[in-house]
Ligand binder design. Sequence first.
Ligand SMILES: C[S@@+](CC[C@H](N)C(=O)[O-])C[C@H]1O[C@@H](n2cnc3c(N)ncnc32)[C@H](O)[C@@H]1O
Length: 241
Amino acid sequence: MQRDPYKLVANIYDHLMKTVGYAEWAKYISELREFYAPKSETFLEIASGSGKLAFYLNRVFKNVILLDISKSMLLRIDAGLNRVCADMISLPFKAKFDFIYSTFDSINYLLDANDLQKYFNEIHKILSKDGVFTFDASLENNSLKNLKRLNRREKFQNILYIQNSLYDVEKKIHINKFKVKLDNGEIFEEVHLQKIYNFELYFELIEFAGLKVINCFNTFTFDDANKNSERIQFILKRKHA
Ligand SMILES: C[S@@+](CC[C@H](N)C(=O)[O-])C[C@H]1O[C@@H](n2cnc3c(N)ncnc32)[C@H](O)[C@@H]1O
């Protein structure tokens, strides 16, 4: 029987992401919560993917809601957790959240600065008075430095896949192409696009949305980031309660 090509790519993607070290990542997010929002009681993860972080965090972040635009990603998450299928630029909540987080370049999936602005506006609507929103963003140096590693041809569970990664410096778009050879010999291709925004633009749009940057670190550390950083971690609050 022919296997579902979308599921094959999702499996390969999951496999590649395992090299990321989600336990470490969860610990970092948990530390940020403890430091910046120790009293937080309501939690939202945006662009949760297949719930890799929730696996570690759902016991600490009680009743966390996991939101993603991809139904197939959400279906990979334990049905006992709260899952919401929605676009991050149009959040379907009336309630406010004390701690909102989003990881692994998810913000870079918004390909247009207008959408980025909409996203911050949406966060402003649902962030509680002392609430904290933290997310990471990939900068140009991440794209430039990791290109070689992201071009690979490997086998996973007997499936041959090829990942081609390229960075369009003019358009500031990072392109990841996954090609999988199906059982019938056909090639299936999935393309992921990410926009690499300037360091300074984040600060402008955040401010414009009525939010403020409390800190901006090199992700996984508590060291200040700058425009030459690879992956940066924003910690935001509302400008006015
Ligand atoms: C690189 S994955 C990261 C997944 C997860 N945060 C993790 O660390 O494993 C990016 C995720 O963003 C989701 N995504 C992309 N655009 C989105 C949007 N407009 N709204 C909500 N989720 C989106 C994708 O479906 C995907 O699950």
